[in-house]
Design a protein around this ligand. Structure first.
Ligand code: DAT
Ligand code: MG
Length: 149
């Protein structure tokens, strides 16, 4: 089953939006299979954002993500990677549609509240970067037949 990595960034945690974010993925119908709060190390931050290493904002991005606790999650469901990106909204919250998380709660690209994997392969890499196998729980909600035909 498809899985994606979602992280509520320090701004989302500090602003008390953890419940709001989880609620949106839950009510959509996706299944939470991993959840933890952590202080992100510089090493983990640099690995996670490795593709942006040469970008001018890389240093401030790493500083930001390591500045305060993050809530890391793995969500499961058919099509969850693409759907989660839609729920999250465009990278720049000013451009993000109302109804998306970034569109509803943000105004600044450096404070865009949440991370979501951008493709299935990225998701697999990010899930194994942030979580061990033992930290992930395979379970099937009993309401599944009412969500998926
Ligand atoms: P996304 O988080 O939507 O996948 P991304 O992977 O292009 O976006 O960039 C990772 C993060 O880096 C993004 O959430 C916020 C920050 N960022 C991206 N572009 C930026 C820019 N032009 N200026 C400042 N921060 C930026
Ligand atoms: Mg990205």
């Amino acid at each position: 089953m498809e899985r994606t990595f979602i992280a509520i960034k320090p701004d989302g945690v500090q602003r008390g939006l953890v419940g709001e974010v989880i609620k949106r993925f839950e009510s959509k119908g996706f299944t939470l299979v991993g959840l933890k709060m952590l202080e992100v190390s510089k090493e983990l931050a640099e690995q996670h954002y490795g593709v942006h290493k040469e970008r001018p904002f890389f240093k401030s991005l790493v500083e930001f993500i390591t500045s305060s606790p993050v809530v890391a999650m793995v969500w499961e469901g058919e099509g969850v990677v693409t759907s989660a990106r839609k729920i999250i909204g465009a990278t720049n919250p000013l451009m993000a549609e109302p109804g998306t998380i970034r569109g509803d709660f943000g105004i600044n690209i450096g404070r865009n509240l949440i991370h979501g994997s951008d493709a299935i392969e990225t998701a697999q890499n990010e899930v194994s970067l942030w979580f061990t196998e033992e930290e992930l729980v395979s379970w099937k909600p009993t309401i599944s037949p009412w969500m998926v035909e």
